[in-house]
Write a protein that binds this ligand. Structure first.
Ligand code: AQP
Length: 336
C-alpha cells in the first residue's frame, strides 16, 4: 500500500473505544505499543466510536469522552506526524465494507464470540445487532487498510482470528483481495487484571472505582489504588497461578519498567506485599505523570484536535477507498 501517505513499511492498525478513560490495561496492552511501534511501521490508529455505540451512551457525554480520548492518545505519545489518527465514524468506508463482510460471515461465527456472550450477559436489556456484529466491523477496520499487524491485548485474539477467517474466505471466493493480518500481542501487559478482582481483566466500564487505574489519574490516587489492591495469602512476591493478585502486580511492574517477571521477583525477594504495592503504585504514577500533564494541554486545544482528526480522516479515507473500490468490483457491484 505505498503512496505519499505511507512509506512502504509494514502496516499496523489498532483502535480504542471511547468509554471512560484510557486504563492501565489499555495502555500496557495496546497504546504503549502504538507509541513504540509508530516509527518502525506505517501506523493507523483510530477512536472506535462506532464500536462504542453497541452500548447505550448519553450523547453529550459520549461526544466529550471521544474528544478526550483523542487528547489522551496524543498525550500517550501517539504522534500525528508519524501516524494517521482519526475518528472511525469520520471514515464511511468502515461501515460500507462491514456490510459486504457481513454477507460473508455466518451468524454462528459471530454468536460464538466470547465478548458477545459476556456483553450480552452484562447488557441483557440491550442485546442489539451491533453487539453481535462488533467483530465484523473490527474485521472491516483491519482489512480496509491491508494491515500486516494489529497490536492488541489478549482479549481481542478471538476477534482477530475471525478477521483472518473472513479474509481467507473472501480471498478464496473472489480472488486475492485482503492481506491476512497477524495479531501483535505484547509479551508483558497483554492482560492486565482488575485491582479488586485479579481473576478478571481491568475494564474501562468497571463500576468499582478501586478496580481500575486511568492514565490521567493523579499520583496520590494511583498510589492509593495500588495500596488498596487485593493480594493473596502468603507473603512471597512471586508470579504463580494460585497468586493472581501478586502476579497481576508483578506483570504491571514488569511492563511499566520494561523488566522480565524473573527480574521483578528477584528485585523484591524477601520484601513484604505492602512495600511492593507502594513500589508498583509509584512506578505507575511516575510513568503517567507526564501523560496527565500533556493531556491537560491537548484537551484544552480543541482546534488542534479537530485539525489532526480531519487530516487523519482524509488520509485514512483515501487509503480505505482503494480497498473498498476493489472489493465492490470483486463482488460484482456496478461502477461507472
Ligand atoms: N485489561 C487489559 N489488559 C490488556 N489489554 C487490554 N485492552 C483492553 N483491556 C485490556 C486492550 O486495549 C485496546 C482497546 O480496548 P477497547 O477500547 O477495544 O476496549 P475493551 O478491550 O473492551 O476495553 P474495556 O476496558 O473492557 O472497555 P469496556 O469496559 O468499555 O468494554 C484493545 O487492544 C484491548 O485488547
Amino acid at each position: 500500500m505505498e503512496s505519499e501517505l505511507t512509506q512502504g513499511k509494514k502496516i499496523i492498525l489498532s483502535g480504542i473505544q471511547p468509554t471512560g478513560t484510557i486504563t492501565l490495561g489499555n495502555y500496557l496492552g495496546a497504546v504503549k505499543n502504538w507509541h513504540n511501534m509508530q516509527s518502525q511501521f506505517d501506523s493507523i490508529f483510530f477512536i472506535a466510536d462506532m464500536h462504542a455505540l453497541t452500548v447505550r451512551r448519553e450523547p453529550s457525554e459520549f461526544r466529550q469522552t471521544a474528544l478526550s480520548f483523542f487528547a489522551q492518545l496524543l498525550a500517550c505519545g501517539v504522534d500525528p506526524n508519524k501516524s494517521i489518527m482519526y475518528f472511525q465514524s469520520h471514515v464511511r468506508q468502515h461501515a460500507e465494507l462491514q456490510w459486504i463482510l457481513n454477507c460473508n460471515t455466518y451468524v454462528g461465527e459471530a454468536s460464538r464470540m466470547t465478548q458477545f456472550k459476556d456483553k450480552s450477559a452484562k447488557h441483557a436489556d440491550n442485546i442489539n445487532m451491533g453487539l453481535m456484529d462488533y467483530p465484523v466491523l473490527m474485521a472491516a477496520d483491519i482489512l480496509l487498510y491491508q494491515s500486516d499487524l494489529v497490536p492488541v491485548g489478549i482479549d481481542q485474539k478471538q476477534h482477530l482470528e475471525l478477521t483472518r477467517d473472513i479474509a481467507v474466505r473472501f480471498n478464496n471466493r473472489y480472488g486475492d483481495t485482503f492481506k491476512v493480518p497477524d495479531g501483535y500481542i505484547p509479551t508483558t501487559g497483554a492482560k492486565i487484571c482488575s485491582l479488586q478482582d485479579p481473576t478478571s481483566k481491568m475494564s474501562k466500564s468497571d463500576p468499582d472505582r478501586n478496580a481500575t487505574v486511568s492514565v490521567i489519574d493523579d499520583e496520590a490516587t494511583i498510589v492509593r489504588l495500588f495500596k488498596r489492591a487485593v493480594t493473596d495469602s502468603g507473603s512471597e512476591i512471586c508470579a504463580r497461578e494460585d497468586k493472581p493478585g501478586i502476579t497481576n502486580l508483578i506483570n504491571i511492574y514488569a511492563a511499566i519498567e520494561n523488566k522480565s517477571v524473573g527480574e521483578v521477583e528477584k528485585e523484591f525477594a524477601g520484601q513484604g506485599y505492602g512495600t511492593f504495592k507502594i513500589a508498583v503504585g509509584e512506578a505507575v504514577a511516575a510513568k503517567f505523570k507526564p501523560i496527565r500533564e500533556e493531556y491537560q494541554r491537548y484537551a484544552a486545544d480543541k482546534e488542534y484536535i479537530a485539525k489532526v482528526a480531519n487530516k487523519g480522516a482524509e488520509n485514512a479515507a483515501y487509503l480505505a477507498e482503494r480497498t473498498l473500490r476493489k472489493v465492490k468490483k470483486k463482488v460484482g457491484l456496478v461502477s461507472f
